[in-house]
Design a protein around this ligand. Structure first.
Ligand SMILES: *[C@@H]1O[C@H](CO)[C@@H](O)[C@H](O)[C@H]1NC(C)=O
Ligand SMILES: *[C@@H]1O[C@H](CO)[C@@H](O)[C@H](O)[C@H]1NC(C)=O
Ligand SMILES: *[C@@H]1O[C@H](CO)[C@@H](O)[C@H](O)[C@H]1NC(C)=O
Ligand SMILES: *[C@@H]1O[C@H](CO)[C@@H](O)[C@H](O)[C@H]1NC(C)=O
Length: 302
């Protein structure tokens, strides 16, 4: 009896607390509807990032590099007075490979939804394949493995003379994966001055993704950039093992990691004539700033 009375009292308190939380949430979302900054990393340390140690064969692309976590390949240094995370590809014999390089991912996944903006200097050269992209941790989500789990390629470029590319990978688990846009429609619609600092960003919304060059979040809106690609959500989907589409916004309604790497060689670049005659190493990708703006007030409709 005593126990029951205590229980009811507690239940009443919990109900009251829940009501207060709901009221508070409604007030907060009323005030802060839109983008809220949740990361502004200028690489004073590596606390937001994890180095990947991985053989090129395990990338699924037959890359020529081995990704290590050594300071030869991944380090923070000052460049022109600013801290930068450097991913450096070098010629080095390592575990049967002829090159080593760097790959990092965020320690935790972010989103779904928001504005993810990365300030980087991207190298160009024969057999270099630098990338800024997003994927669920371990390429696995509630929808399954790649590409049912989805992938957002904000920036990729290959060879010494090609454009930038931005692409979504989704659909079924490999080999039933699909991409949008398909090559070469995924090429940036303008030239980029590579080897110069630029902001590469994705505005990931429920109804679309916009890939941006040099856009900035100013006073709660995305301003000043050049639109690389607008992808309507009607283009993407995720398939279950029976080939049926999952409902809602799958696969882009799950949190994704942010990933940077500088690959050397690999199936895609080396399928272009003259692209992989030699490896233009040493070469490095420099990342100066990562800003994440979370989107508040998102209601998922399933
Ligand atoms: C390393 O280079 C040698 C000589 O060109 C080549 O035979 C070998 O396949 C290369 N190894 C890897 C892992 O790419
Ligand atoms: C941002 O907001 C401030 C204060 O409302 C205003 O003074 C400023 O002009 C705005 N800047 C831009 C670029 O919109
Ligand atoms: C997406 O495409 C549909 C028609 O296919 C259109 O009605 C809708 O406005 C588009 N949405 C965006 C955000 O572009
Ligand atoms: C890039 O250069 C290679 C080797 O010179 C050439 O074969 C290829 O056609 C070039 N591609 C473009 C897009 O210009």
């Amino acid at each position: 009896m005593h126990f029951i009375r205590v229980f009811y009292w507690k239940f009443y308190k919990i109900r009251k607390m829940v009501k207060q939380i709901i009221l508070f949430t409604v007030l907060i979302s009323g005030v802060f509807s839109g983008y809220v900054n949740v990361m502004n990393d200028t690489f004073q340390d590596m606390s937001n990032w994890i180095e990947n140690v991985m053989a090129g064969a395990d990338s699924g692309n037959n890359d020529w590099e081995y990704y290590t976590d050594t300071p030869t390949n991944v380090f923070i240094t000052k460049i022109n007075g600013q801290n930068a995370l450097v991913l450096r590809a070098v010629a080095q014999n390592y575990k049967g490979y002829n090159y080593t390089s760097g790959k990092v991912n965020s320690v935790r996944p972010w989103g779904p939804y928001g504005f993810f903006n990365v300030k980087a200097v991207v190298p160009k050269g024969s057999a270099l394949w630098p990338a800024i992209f997003m994927m669920p941790p371990n390429a696995q989500s509630v929808y399954g493995g790649w590409a049912a789990c989805g992938e957002i390629d904000i920036m990729e470029t290959i060879c010494s003379n090609s454009s930038g590319y931005s692409t979504l990978h989704f659909g079924g688990v490999w080999p039933n994966n699909v991409q949008y846009p398909v090559f070469p429609s995924n090429a940036y619609p303008f030239e980029v001055t590579w080897n110069q600092p630029h902001w590469y960003g994705v505005e990931w919304q429920q109804t679309y993704m916009n890939i941006w060059l040099d856009a900035q979040m100013i006073n709660g809106s995305i301003q000043g950039g050049k639109l690389i690609n607008h992808i309507n959500s009607s283009q993407w989907y995720s398939l279950n093992s029976n080939g049926q589409k999952y409902p809602g916004n799958a696969p882009y309604n799950q949190p994704f990691n942010i990933i940077f790497d500088l690959a050397v060689g690999g199936n895609w670049p080396c399928s272009f004539p003259g692209c992989c005659d030699y490896a233009a190493v040493p070469a490095q990708m420099e990342i100066y700033n990562v800003q994440i703006w979370a989107l508040t007030n998102v209601e998922e409709q399933l």
